[in-house]
Structure formats: C-alpha cells, structure tokens
Design a protein. Structure first.
Length: 294
C-alpha cells in the first residue's frame, strides 16, 4: 500500500504535467471508485475544469481545479488504496484492464488504474479534517507525540497507523521507524518514556525523509517500454539505484539477518497487519539516543 513517501513522489511527478491542462472528457469504467458521488455528479463537476494545483495531505492526493463556469477553485481528492496508481499516458495507447477512470487532457491522458478497486476519487474533502499533523511538518513535535501517546493502551505499532495521530504513516514506515528507535512494536504506546518518544519522533522523520529522497520503495518507470507511455510506478526517482528496497532494515525481511546485530528478523501480526522487528535490537532495553538509528 502506498504511504506518505510514495504519494509525495507521485505528486511531485504529476504536478508539473497536469498544471494548466483542461479536463476535456472523463471516461469512467469503474463507478465504484467514485462513491459516494455518482458518475453524473463527478463528470458534471470536473469536466471542462482546468488543473491549477496538486499537493498531498497524508496519503491523499489533493487536486485543485478551476471549474469551467469560472466559479471559485474546487478541490477533489485521490486515495490510492492498496493497489491504485495515477499516471500520464499518450492518447490512443491501449488502456490496461484495470483502468478505472481516464481523464482526457488533449495531448495527454491522466489514468487512474486500480486492480483491486480499493482506492477512491472523492469530491468531498471531509476526510482531510480527520487527519493528524504531517509528520514532517512543524505541528508534529516531540511534545505533541508524547501527549498523544501517554493514555493509549494500544501497541505502539498499531497506534502509529492511526491517521488521526499522525497523517501518512503506514505499515512499512511504522515498522522501520520503530526499528530505528529500538522500540518493541508490542509495547503499549503509553509505556514509552519521553526519551523514547523523542527517539521515535526522530526516527519517523528520518525514515520518511529518506524514503522521499530516494524516491520510495518500488522502481519508477517513466519510459514507454511497458506500453503505457509515462507510466508511474510509485517508487524510486529516475536516478535512484534499483536496489532501494534493500535499504529497508526490517520490513519484509522475516528470516533474514538484522543489518545491525545479525539476529534473525521476525514477523508478527498486529491489527491484521504484518509487523517486522529485530528481537535483539528492539528488546526494550534503554539505549543512547540513536538519532534515527544506524
């Protein structure tokens, strides 16, 4: 599932390609991704509108358009769910089987593809109101995190996935941050002392910033070899090495040795999600402030 870094890289890629382009026509092949809006409502709202901006909030893509009637700017959202992706393609190319919505932009098409159809394109921006602070923003402080965790009995790994606590963190980067901070994922959130919260705060910011800088965890292909023109696989930037996934310390590495201590990485299930951790590095002992981990 794409998390904050994947969405951020996608936004940075798409924003300059979409700016100023007019949505001439919208082809909707899977109406379920628009719910609760109807096909008619969605097309009437956005057809003829001009893209004026694209940003990110948590895991949401935030599109801003100027409606064709010249009224005030309109905002709509894209959420990639588990398998969704946006990319820009040339008109006339074969559309993939799971292309759910296609925006005709003239010389380009903006395609939303989603094999499992868990993603959503929303005219309602209310979901943004339920999000916590951005983990790389000024409102996400050590004091805020300490206060937010102090009464929670949930395991800290599960709590980090709560989008009302902090926006954009998902399964991959929660596991990675806890490893870097040397905190057991099973610990109740309220058990963390202030120095441990500080380490976790630093680790969260370091993990996310590094992932954005490297372009994320899955290869990015802008070429036409895949048959989709400028196809975007959320993942690494164009000049990043192919082996970025190996930079992950614990996620999806169950049974393999820890890069730090050599112990075997383990996998457990928390809240129906996989958690990866090092039983030695994350044994819960007090350690010096590692400032994001080695």
């Amino acid at each position: 599932m794409p998390e904050l870094p994947e969405v951020e890289v996608l936004v940075r890629h798409l924003a300059p390609l979409l700016e100023g382009r007019v949505i001439r026509r919208i082809v909707i092949r899977r109406a379920r991704v628009l719910r609760p809006a109807s096909v008619k409502q969605f097309t009437q709202t956005l057809q003829g509108a001009r893209f004026t901006g694209l940003s990110r909030r948590g895991k949401y893509l935030v599109f801003t358009v100027q409606p064709r009637d010249g009224a005030g700017l309109r905002t709509w959202l894209g959420h990639l769910g588990m398998t969704g992706r946006f990319y820009v393609a040339r008109p006339g190319q074969p559309r993939p089987k799971h292309a759910a919505v296609v925006f005709d932009l003239g010389r380009l098409e903006l395609v939303y593809e989603d094999p499992r159809y868990f993603g959503r394109l929303l005219l309602d921006t209310a979901p943004l109101l339920r999000l916590g602070p951005e983990p790389l923003g000024p409102q996400f402080t050590v004091a805020y995190l300490h206060q937010a965790l102090r009464w929670s009995a949930q395991p800290i790994k599960v709590k980090l996935l709560d989008q009302s606590l902090v926006a954009g963190i998902g399964n991959i980067y929660a596991s990675e941050a806890l490893f870097r901070a040397r905190i057991p994922p099973q610990w109740a959130a309220r058990r963390l002392q202030r120095d441990q919260v500080r380490r976790l705060w630093r680790a969260i910011r370091a993990v996310l910033a590094e992932a954005i800088a490297w372009g994320s965890t899955v290869p990015l292909n802008f070429g036409s070899g895949a048959g989709h023109g400028d196809l975007f696989y959320f993942g690494r930037a164009p000049d990043a090495p192919d082996y970025y996934a190996e930079r992950l310390r614990v996620y999806d590495r169950a049974g393999r040795p820890c890069h730090r201590c050599g112990a075997t990485i383990r996998r457990t299930v928390q809240g129906a999600r996989s958690t990866y951790f090092c039983p030695r590095c994350q044994a819960g002992k007090r350690v010096d402030d590692v400032r994001g981990g080695a």
